[in-house]
Design a protein around this ligand. Structure first.
Ligand SMILES: [Zn+2]
Length: 110
């Protein structure tokens, strides 16, 4: 599987082994990112990045805009708080649809 863009939030992945390694590393990074002051502040705002509804912070989940399985990384530019509904809905989209629907990227929307 290959990612098509070179960007700091993307990896270029050419083998399944590399993909599994990438997912392992980025899941670990996501765990650390969840403990960061930056993420805690995002959660306290209690707003879903996609539908902009106010959500109980306990309900928000960390969503990767570009999924790890597509080469996305656990960086501030690629993770956003999402409500359970948006998280579920996003799983049903193709990566191309998800990419189109998630523009602009988080740092540009603030
Ligand atoms: Zn939402």
């Amino acid at each position: 599987m290959t990612a098509f863009f070179r960007h700091s939030d993307y990896y270029v992945i050419d083998t399944d082994d590399a993909l599994q390694r990438h997912i392992r590393i980025e899941r670990d990074r996501a765990r650390k990112l969840r403990k960061s002051r930056w993420w805690q502040t995002m959660m306290q705002r209690g707003e879903c990045h996609y539908c902009h509804r106010r959500v109980d912070p306990a309900q928000l989940t960390m969503d990767h805009v570009v999924p790890l399985a597509r080469g996305g990384r656990s960086t501030k530019g690629n993770v956003v708080p999402a409500c359970p509904e948006c998280n579920r809905a996003k799983r049903l989209e193709t990566p191309a649809e998800a990419r189109l629907n998630r523009m602009p990227r988080p740092e540009e929307s603030c």
